[in-house]
Structure formats: C-alpha cells, structure tokens
Design a protein. Structure first.
Length: 193
C-alpha cells in the first residue's frame, strides 16, 4: 500500500514539474491570471463550471475569490454555476443536463466576463456548451482540462491542459493552478508594495 501512496505523490509531483519545465504553460497561466485581473478591474465577473470533482474545484476557486485567498480584502465577483440545486435540477429537467451551464452562462454572463470550464476529459458536454455560449457572448473562455484537452480545447481562448489519464492527478494540478490564479489576483489587485 505504501508503494501506491509513494507512486501517487510522485506522479503529482511529476505533473507539476512538467508545468515548471513548460515555458508556454507558465506564460499561459500568467496571461490567464492577468486576464482575470483585467476583467475584475473593469467590473466583470468570473463564472466557473465543472462536474463532480471539477465542480468542487470550481466552487473552491470561486470561494477563494468571493471570500479571500491570502490577502485580507473585499470579495470579488465569482460564481460557481455548480451550486444552486434548484437551477441545476430545473434546467436539467427542462432542457437536459448538457445545457445546465449554458443556460446559466446566458443568464449570468456579460461581454467582458471570464468563464473557466473545468473538465478532466475535456469532453464534458455541459462544459462544452457553456464554452460555446460564452464565446458567442464575448466572454473570455479558459479551460482547466485534462488528457488531450478533448473537444473543449478548441472552445477555449486559453486551454490549460494537464496531459494525464487519471482524473485525481489532473484535479490536483487544476487546484494548484486555481490557487496560483487567485494569488495573481491578490498580488495584482491588492498588493501594497
């Protein structure tokens, strides 16, 4: 069992080292952070969506923005579109589960906002439809994706892809990137240096 524990930890470290050794990925993460900062400065918001563990990651990132990450500050506008059971069940019942985030994007989003879609496969139909709707509305689309990025990759202005087959390892790196993005927001918007 300890071999499994060691292997799991080593694999997580390896995936993070892959980012450290990928200049383009580092640049893309910085660019995405700066885009979020710019949108927030202009009075826009961050929308997030995902399924299962990715839904939890969406909620986690939104909570860091609305609450606080490290810096004691005012809350920032971020909405995890994974949390309202009445909306989730009504839209799923009336329009199908694949439309649950698309309807919310249309209702809550405005041009200039940011949509972060999380999908470890890159092929979640409801995330895919939300990204399509966002693009049609002038919303910047960010993907925290896994495997090869799937169909969602083509719908993202900035696809941040963790190339791995195991969802747990992908999600570990997604939340690391989410924390880094929140840190960029804190540093750029609230640093008093």
């Amino acid at each position: 069992m300890q071999d499994y524990i060691i292997q799991s930890i080593q694999e997580g470290i390896r995936l993070k080292e892959n980012i450290l050794n990928n200049r383009q990925m580092l640049t893309d993460i910085e660019t995405v952070g700066n885009l979020i900062v710019q949108a927030l400065r202009q009075g826009h918001k961050v929308l997030l969506c995902g399924n299962g563990g990715s839904a939890a990651d969406a909620q986690h990132i939104a909570a860091e923005l609305v609450g606080r990450f490290v810096t004691e500050r005012e809350g920032l506008p971020a909405i995890a579109m994974t949390t309202d059971t009445s909306i989730l069940t009504a839209v799923s019942n009336d329009y199908g589960f694949e439309r649950v985030f698309e309807r919310q994007t249309a209702a809550l989003g405005t041009k200039g906002d940011i949509l972060i879609g999380l999908s470890t496969s890159g092929n979640s139909p409801n995330v895919e439809h939300a990204l399509q709707k966002a693009q049609s509305m002038g919303i910047t689309t960010i993907g925290l994706l896994g495997r090869d990025g799937g169909r969602c990759k083509e719908l993202c202005n900035y696809p941040l892809i963790i190339q791995h087959a195991e969802s747990a390892r992908i999600q570990e790196v997604h939340i690391t990137i989410g924390h880094i993005l929140c840190g960029i927001v804190d540093n750029k918007l609230f640093s008093h240096e």
